[in-house]
Design a protein around this ligand. Sequence first.
Ligand SMILES: Cc1ncc(COP(=O)(O)O)c(C=O)c1O
Length: 399
Amino acid sequence: MTSSDIIAMTGKYQMGNYTRHPVVFVRGEGTRLFDADGREYLDFLGGIAVALLGHAHPGVSQAVSLQVKNLVHVSNLFHVPVQAELGRLVSQSTTGGKVFFCNSGTEANEAAIKLARKWSVDRGRERAHEIVVAEGSFHGRTYGGLSATAQPKLHKGFEPLLPGFRTVPFGDAEALDAALTDGTCAFLIEPIQGESGVRMPPPGYLAEAERLCRARGILLMADEIQTGLGRTGSFLASERFGVTPDVVTLAKGMANGLPLGAVVAAEEVAASLGPGTHGSTFGGNPVCCAAARVVFEALRSPGFLDGVRLKGDLFAEGLREVAGRRQDIREVRGMGLMLAIEMDGETREIADRCLARGLVVNSTAGNVLRFLPPLTVSEGEIQQCLLILEESLPQGGRK
Ligand SMILES: Cc1ncc(COP(=O)(O)O)c(C=O)c1O
């Protein structure tokens, strides 16, 4: 089958909910992807922040194949060693609470929303069911996650949504102060908004949000699905902003491409999800846990996160140098290896030109180019990305 046959077959048999680039990938290795015609690409999207250790990581492949040979699935009615160990690693590497495993980001937020409401009811505050979220947030596509996603364009055609969400402007501590009432159980926030274009919180915002929540007995819930697991150069982005959320949601690169998500909650909060309150047939599946154990061991290995920070700084510096030669780049922003440039105009065509030159990057929020490479990316690959990027920017935008 040729690439065009494959593209035609996808179009014929699958729903049209994705806007796909006309490229067929058949293999990956580290930061490299290879298409069906044997062309090589540098992957600075990493499957949307998923390929943390790069494609076809030998340790992950080995762990997965061993686990597949031994035990694929038994359900959560039993104990499995690799899941038990991963629970320990996730708890010890993050906020130290208790873990619930699921299969995706939206499911992790779904569980966090249920947990917040149940926790409130358990404390005798039945009426405090409201969850405050930030404008421009992205928390997933299922009804809970979508209702928490404060982007009206994504709600269109899907109403009525789940009630009980209140929206505040991202980064506005005063507005948050006014929005947290007796009816609120939680504030759900992405430390850095990913899908909205790597929007950074203003200095001190998250710490102030934590203070406001603590003062009122409201849960601070961090959606670290994109920012977590080393992406910003520490295990959680919350650490980099000096806050300790009561609840954290994780997914994306947790199992380096296999479906796995998690909620980590402070022990007294986690107690609200008692027997029968929530569950998932596949959540914490042994094969995904085996892959995730390799990811967590790598993230915890000495110097790994320092390396992410160093490479992130080098990359950001390179992007600023490119921006210095242009008049159409408004801002370079981000943290660690979650970086973006905001341009004067649309970035979709730039991403297409990068792809044609063998660089995978993502256009998001209209005028933003986002970079989410594997955390194992090399300095040489970063330099190569910068060269291709600069060649792909519009001629007219040079100074
Ligand atoms: C911050 C954040 N939350 C939730 C999600 C939803 O994750 P999933 O697509 O795995 O459901 C995403 C996905 O991009 C995300 O970036």
